[in-house]
Design a protein around this ligand. Structure first.
Ligand SMILES: [Zn+2]
Ligand SMILES: [Zn+2]
Length: 372
């Protein structure tokens, strides 16, 4: 039995999203049908809309879904109908990266997440009995229902029953990326200085995580005073508006011995290269921001080698979903990860307004709430 749903179809090319009737296939053995209650909007949705990813349009996007399990396939054992769940990216489970619990670097990331069908080419979603591209990040959660997979659906711990879906949903991508970069990829050491370039959702999650790690000072750099004010509330000890002052000079004044950690969320190569020059011996430069696919970075080899420095590309905060997402929920419950202050909820049918609010910078993290 297939499931009828409403899904926001992305047509790209500045055309608005349109909410249309679709049907989803019955879950296969390792699949899970989720009734979506909320879904965050992330820059990767915008990148897909703008054809910067190998994703075929039109497509059902949305990859920060949260909701309730409706049906599970025969081999799914970790969740059951009625469970509250959050979703994230999918992975294959059998490549060299998945084998060591680094699924963000899955060798099969593209077919598992971005080709519009299951990796075997079979469609999950139909409109007027014809296939429509979906399975975006193994979910396509800008919809009332999503067909997801055993590897990308995480049960919400029972002590988190009171956390609304709109608060849970965005943990599955952008926030996990920023927090994981600090707590997992760079494994930031207490008492050491960090600078975080860019204070969108990813950068602000990194600021909260740097506070959890005990980094000091925590320096946030942006060009919007309103974002920098939030960064201060989230734990930044110092903020620098790069429009008003030279950020390198200001950071050098604060940390004359150099930075133990620099995290770039902007993808602006001149900033990334400046951040490299600010590193202390053994300093780590983490890069989570996406640059143009043709851009290259340059940095001084003698300083790189002689200082034992590391430049680290980071995807998804090196998250293993089943360990790190419950950790983040625990930090939120304990008041250490107050990411709900970044969220503004929009009704599902206001998806175009919600995208606009995210892109204009008016809202840090727009979240769609589906009708009951
Ligand atoms: Zn894999
Ligand atoms: Zn995302």
């Amino acid at each position: 039995m297939s499931t009828s749903a409403q899904a926001a179809i992305c047509y790209g090319d500045d055309k608005p999203f349109a909410i249309e009737a679709v049907t989803l296939e019955t879950p296969r053995a390792d699949e899970i049908l989720v009734r979506i209650h909320a879904c965050g909007i992330c820059h990767t949705d915008m990148a897909a809309r703008d054809r910067q990813l190998p994703t075929p349009l039109p497509m059902v996007l949305g990859h920060e879904g949260a909701g309730v399990v409706e049906q599970v396939g025969a081999s799914v054992t970790h969740v059951k109908p009625g469970d509250r769940v959050i979703m994230s990216f999918n992975s294959c489970g059998h490549c060299p990266s998945c084998e060591i619990d680094k699924p963000t670097y899955c060798y099969n990331f593209v077919p598992e997440n971005w080709i519009g069908t299951r990796p075997d080419g079979s469609p999950t979603t139909y409109r007027d009995d014809k296939p429509v591209n979906a399975n975006f990040f193994g979910q396509s959660s800008f919809a009332t229902h999503a067909l997801a997979h055993a590897r990308n659906v995480v049960k919400v711990p029972e002590n988190a029953d009171a956390i609304p879906f709109a608060t849970l949903a965005p943990l599955g991508c952008g926030l996990m990326t920023g927090a994981g970069a600090v707590l997992r990829s760079m494994d930031v050491r207490a008492g050491m200085p960090i600078a975080i370039f860019g204070t969108g959702a990813v950068g602000l999650a990194a600021v909260m995580a740097a506070k959890i790690a005990g980094a000091n000072p925590i320096i946030a750099i942006d060009v919007h005073d309103s974002r920098l004010a939030i960064a201060r509330e989230m734990g930044a000890t110092h903020v620098i508006n790069g429009r008003n002052e030279d950020s390198s000079t200001a950071i050098r004044a604060l940390c004359p011995k150099g930075l133990a950690y620099a995290l770039d969320t902007t993808g602006i190569n001149t900033l990334i290269q400046q951040a490299f020059d600010l590193l202390a011996p053994l300093g780590i430069l983490g890069i989570v921001g996406a640059s143009s696919p043709t851009d290259n970075l340059t940095f001084n080899e003698a300083s790189f080698m002689g200082g034992g420095k590391r430049v680290m590309g980071i995807l998804g905060g090196d998250s293993d979903l089943f360990g790190f997402l419950p950790d983040l929920i625990e930090h939120h419950l304990a008041g250490r990860f107050p990411h709900d202050r970044l969220i503004k909820a929009f009704p599902f049918d206001a998806i175009n307004e919600a995208f606009h609010a995210g892109e204009s910078g008016e809202v840090v993290k727009p979240v769609l709430v589906m009708p009951d």
